[in-house]
Write a protein that binds this ligand. Sequence first.
Ligand SMILES: C[S@@+](CC[C@H](N)C(=O)[O-])C[C@H]1O[C@@H](n2cnc3c(N)ncnc32)[C@H](O)[C@@H]1O
Length: 228
Amino acid sequence: MEPRTNFMGLDLALCPDVYEPSDDSELMVEAARKYSFGKVLDLGCATGIFGIASAQKKEVSSVVCADLNPAAVELAKKNAVLNGVEKKISFIQTDLFSAFSSSSKPKEKFDVIGFNPPYLPTTPAEKVHGTLNLAFDGGKSGRKITDKFLSGFEKHLNSGGILILLQSSLSGVEKTTVVLEKKGFAVGKFASRRFFFEEIAVLVARKRPEDEKKKPRARRDLNPGPTT
Ligand SMILES: C[S@@+](CC[C@H](N)C(=O)[O-])C[C@H]1O[C@@H](n2cnc3c(N)ncnc32)[C@H](O)[C@@H]1O
């Protein structure tokens, strides 16, 4: 019998090859419960926790749970059934957005993209064995996957859409904020948690409409998006 847990009211099967929910996942669930609406992408879904919490909301019409780790995709499927939301969710194995952008069809877009990326600065000696490494390994700087994600995620966000992104002080929350602001997003810190060695934070970013961009705005005092 596989291990099971109840995490923030969600019934979740666990698997040794897949990231087990932790403090960062908790912040992501809180953000999903507050902000998710319309069509949601849970990128790097692992257990499917962000997508499942989103699918439970009536404001959410559909969810895609996606992960590079095939064991995570299978586990998320199982967990969607355990929580009775499987009809709202589809599942896909993909490296970031590769499955959502092909030359033959238009880029798939979402109203909300949630991503809790691997962000730990990792040397070759620190790599974890097997596919579980994908959950932690942010490359030498910790920003390898985050920077790749930031380079083009906005092409997959509908107008008025929201990005919910977990970041850590170990790999530069401020740097990510600056990148998002340069792309024309209003960025707010939804929640954070401090540990003795790091601070983790959920950034909520909303694309500013063209006319708003012309006005000077103070940073961090922007309403990051609709609340539900
Ligand atoms: C820190 S875990 C977060 C899991 C889950 N969202 C949560 O909050 O509990 C990061 C997840 O991202 C996935 N991942 C890493 N690189 C990826 C990539 N290039 N494309 C898609 N998923 C990726 C990992 O397999 C892992 O499941």
